[in-house]
Design a protein around this ligand. Structure first.
Ligand code: HEC
Length: 169
């Protein structure tokens, strides 16, 4: 009796396991197609990369400025980040038109939100409101992840894993 139960169990497992794995694969694929990287034209992509590296540098320079209460420095860096439209500054008219057609409205919204937050940080730094300075630094950090988890999963694959975990549990 016991042996045949075991046999059924093994047979069932043999059939279910590959199916489960396939379902996982499909799931990954759906995730990937839902959160695709931006389909940026090859000539525009390097400009985005450059802009990203610049704002990351801004974030890294903000930390010591905030921790030592250098309000003017914080405001200066934040303003640079607010105005950091390297992409837009260096684009030709044609590239600009292509970009408008390529970028999803949600991406543009996230980008605008980021620049708005940088502006707010500059403002509260000028007013020397340290709690609000910390608040907007946090909001800025949050805005990086918000956009990356949706539009930069190829560059930052950890966000893809996180999405799956949230989905499963
Ligand atoms: C509106 C969307 C958006 C926001 C906001 C955003 N990023 Fe990005 N970021 C991207 C995209 C898209 C990529 C490129 C992904 C790729 O290369 O496929 C990227 C790439 C990067 C890279 C990699 C650049 C490289 O060398 O390849 C860094 C670093 C980076 N972002 C930092 C940041 C930081 C720090 C913040 C917040 C202060 C931020 N980003 C906010 C969209 C965004």
């Amino acid at each position: 009796m016991k042996a045949s139960y075991l046999k059924i169990l093994i047979t069932t497992l043999a059939f279910t396991l590959p199916l489960t794995v396939n379902a996982e694969d499909e799931h990954h694929q759906t995730q990937a197609s839902e959160n695709t990287a931006l389909a940026l034209p090859a000539d525009i992509k390097p400009l985005l990369t450059k802009e990203m590296q610049q704002i990351q540098l801004g974030m890294m320079n903000l930390l010591p400025a905030i921790s030592s209460g250098q309000w003017d420095k914080i405001a200066e860096i934040a303003k640079e980040m607010q105005g950091s439209y390297i992409m837009k500054q260096q684009l030709t008219k044609e590239q600009m038109q292509t970009l408008h057609k390529t970028l999803p409205p949600a991406f543009i919204g996230l980008d605008q939100n980021f620049h708005r937050l940088a502006g707010m940080l500059a403002h509260v730094a000028e007013e020397r409101k340290s709690e609000l300075v910390n608040f907007y630094f946090y909001k800025l950090t949050e805005s990086c992840g918000q956009c990356h988890s949706q539009y930069a999963q190829q560059r930052f694959p950890a966000f893809a894993e996180q999405g799956n975990k949230e989905h499963h549990h």
